[in-house]
Design a protein around this ligand. Structure first.
Ligand code: CAA
Length: 240
């Protein structure tokens, strides 16, 4: 069996594509989900990928969940922090709940999950952590002070953890997708989405498989000299 890879939010959208891509590359994949039992069960049945339910915003749930995955599949060698939500709104209308929920699920989750796997990675002298950030964490976006803060936070988090782990065989990198064909982007009002697509030089939304491909590259054994990096995959919309 290949290396054990854990993908959070790994049953739908970009995360689903990452789980499938890693499985096709020979990894032994665990995909987490939080809300949608039905989607997770059909994903498991269609792909044969093991699914696990917990809230990545909860420190204790991450400790328990990673222990379950390790018991069933073995110690996690590749962690992909992909789970994320949006609660968009202009700051002058944003509630504290909108702010806290997005920071908890999109940023605190990276601490919770990395903290849960880092001990085993350090012991093994090997690990790959890949964060799924966003173009909007790099360039900002109207209506997304919460989301952009969390996604930018992942970049600083990763550079810092990369420094801490570089001499332990562990790399920590970021993939920053642009606007990609997912349910999340489909929820953007059509008039706004039209304006956004007009700003993408490639002239279209990204495909989930195109994001997964970049994650798989950074997750590979042969990417060991790349750490603390941010790989933008956004059709040229923002060149960082
Ligand atoms: N680009 C250009 N114009 C934008 C814009 C954007 N991203 N967002 C809003 N606007 C414009 C609107 O078109 C509108 O312009 P007009 O007055 O000329 O029509 C104006 O700003 C005000 O917008 P709304 O009337 O929609 O105001 P609202 O208060 O009802 O809602 C909003 C504001 C919540 C920001 C809403 O416009 C919205 O949801 N925008 C989309 C935000 C967005 O891009 N979210 C990304 C989600 S996908 C994602 O997050 C994945 C990823 O990583 C890329």
């Amino acid at each position: 069996m290949g290396r054990v890879a854990l993908v959070t939010g790994g049953t739908r959208g970009i995360g689903g594509a990452i789980s499938k891509d890693l499985k096709a590359a020979g990894y032994n994949v665990a995909a987490t989900y939080h809300g949608n039992d039905e989607a997770a069960a059909s994903f498991r049945d269609a792909t044969g990928i093991a699914v696990f339910k917990w809230d990545v915003g909860s420190f204790d749930a991450c400790q328990d969940g990673v222990a379950r995955v390790s018991a069933e599949l073995g110690p996690v060698e590749v962690l992909v922090n992909n789970a994320g939500i949006t609660k968009d709104g202009m700051l002058h209308k944003m509630t504290a709940d909108q702010w806290n929920a997005v920071i908890q699920t999109n940023l605190t989750s990276a601490f919770n999950m990395s903290r849960a796997v880092i001990g085993a990675m350090r012991e093994a002298g090997y690990g790959r952590i890949v964060q799924v950030s966003s173009i909007n964490g790099q360039k900002g976006q109207m209506g997304q002070t919460n989301y952009a803060a969390a996604k930018a936070g992942l970049i600083g988090f990763s550079k810092s953890l990369a420094l801490e782990t570089a001499n332990k065989g562990i790399t920590v990198n970021v993939v920053a997708p642009g606007y990609t064909e997912t349910d999340m982007v489909a929820a953007v009002p059509q008039n706004v989405l039209d304006k956004i697509v007009a700003q993408i030089p490639v002239g279209r939304l990204g495909q989930v498989e195109e994001i997964a491909h970049a994650v798989r590259f950074l997750a590979g054994d042969d990417a060991g000299f790349i750490t603390g990096a941010t790989l933008t995959v956004n059709g040229g919309q923002y060149m960082a």
